[in-house]
Each structure stands twice: as C-alpha cells, then as structure tokens.
Design a protein around this ligand. Structure first.
Ligand code: ATP
Length: 195
C-alpha cells in the first residue's frame, strides 16, 4: 500500500498462512492495515473506514510530510490451488488493486485489467470473504453477533455457506425486474393515451 491513511510511503505486509500478528504502540496504524485490507476488497462506506468521505483514506500529511493525492493498495493472493472464481482463475497469483485519487473516486484492477467495484466485491463474495466478511472481526463485533437479530445472524450462516454472491446477484436481478415492470406500466399508459 502507498498513500493510504498513515502509510505515506510504500508499505508491504506479508500475511502468512497460520497466525500473523501486527504489534505496535497506540495510533501507529495497526487498524489502518486491516482497514486497507477491507478497502481493497471493495468497501464502499467511508464511515466503515472511520472517515467522513472516501478521500479521507488518502494520506492527509503531517508536520514533516505534505499530503498525498493518491492512495493505492494491491492485494496479492496465492491462487496456486486455483480457487478463484472461473473468470479470474488463469494465474497462480491474483492481484487486486484499488486506487483513489483526490476528488476523482476509486478505480479497480484485477490482474492489471480495469474492473468494476462490483466485480471485485463479487470475486470476494464468491470466495466467502470480503470487506464486510465475518472473517474480519473488529472490536465489539463478538458482542454485536451475540446480540444480533436472527435475520442478521442468518447472514453469517449464508456467508459460511458461500451464497452471499448469489444473494447480491439476486438483488440486482430484482432491481432490474422492478425497473422493467415500471417501464411496462409506463408503456401501458402511453398506449392507452394513443387509443
Ligand atoms: P490503537 O492501538 O490505539 O487501536 P492503531 O495502531 O490501530 O491504534 P490506527 O487507528 O490504525 O492505529 O491509526 C491511527 C493513526 O492513523 C492516527 O495517528 C491517525 O492520525 C492516522 N491516520 C488516519 N487517517 C490518516 C490519513 N488520511 N492521513 C494521515 N494519517 C492518518
């Protein structure tokens, strides 16, 4: 990552299989690393990034360093077991990049090819993870799960069953269907007006 939150310079974090610990004094950027992971997986809410707007993830400068205008994170995933969804399953490595330029919004790339936010979000949803995945347990989350409404707890089971991507697609299909129904109704009105 580079230019993301407190990481003005290029920083690399290697996450090995098993347990990886990130230690450091208060405010050194530990949570920013985890937020970076969620951000590159397609998080769309600035509030989830502890900001007012998405541009707030860009390094804002310090007394010694000027602010940046670009933040960029690349997530490099081992795909040697070829578990990626079919359309991205051509290489032993999968590289997902998200960039944000001040005032210009985010752009995404999968293996250096431009992609949409939705493609990246679905890629992770289809592999039972993602920016809002229960695999990322933030502070207070355990209590929230224990006290969650059944319908919210069901979302966890759906994620474990790897069907969240299907739900997202169904939701999109329902929206398209509703738009088509509205168009048909409008068409009926137009036809009625012509008769
Ligand atoms: P704690 O142990 O207290 O939870 P932490 O190591 O998790 O702390 P973070 O919360 O990740 O620390 O980092 C907070 C730091 O990141 C603060 O010093 C804050 O000023 C800095 N920071 C956040 N956003 C930006 C930004 N856009 N530009 C520069 N610095 C930023």
């Amino acid at each position: 990552m580079a230019g993301f939150k407190s990481f003005a310079e290029v920083a690399e974090v290697e996450i090995e299989s098993g347990l990886t610990g990130i230690v450091g004094p208060n405010g050194c950027g530990k949570s920013n690393v985890v937020e970076g992971l969620r951000w590159v997986m397609g998080e769309s809410s600035a509030r989830q990034m502890r900001g007012g707007e998405m541009d707030d993830v860009i390094f804002a400068g310090t007394d010694q360093r000027p602010a940046r205008n670009l933040a960029e994170i690349t997530l490099k995933l081992d795909n040697s077991k070829r578990r990626a969804p079919a359309e991205f399953n051509n290489d032993d490595e999968l590289e997902i990049t998200r960039k944000i330029e001040r005032g210009k919004g985010s752009s995404y790339y999968v293996n250096a090819k431009p992609a949409r936010a939705r493609d990246v979000q679905l890629l992770f949803a289809d592999t039972a993870t993602g920016a809002r995945s229960s695999g990322i347990v933030s502070q207070g989350r355990i209590g929230a799960i224990v006290g969650a409404k059944p319908v919210d707890r069901r979302a966890l089971l759906e994620e474990a069953a790897n069907i969240r991507g299907l739900h997202a697609r169904r939701h999109e299909a329902e929206l398209r269907l509703r738009a088509a129904e509205t168009n048909l109704e409008r068409l009926d009105d137009v036809i009625a007006g012509l008769i």
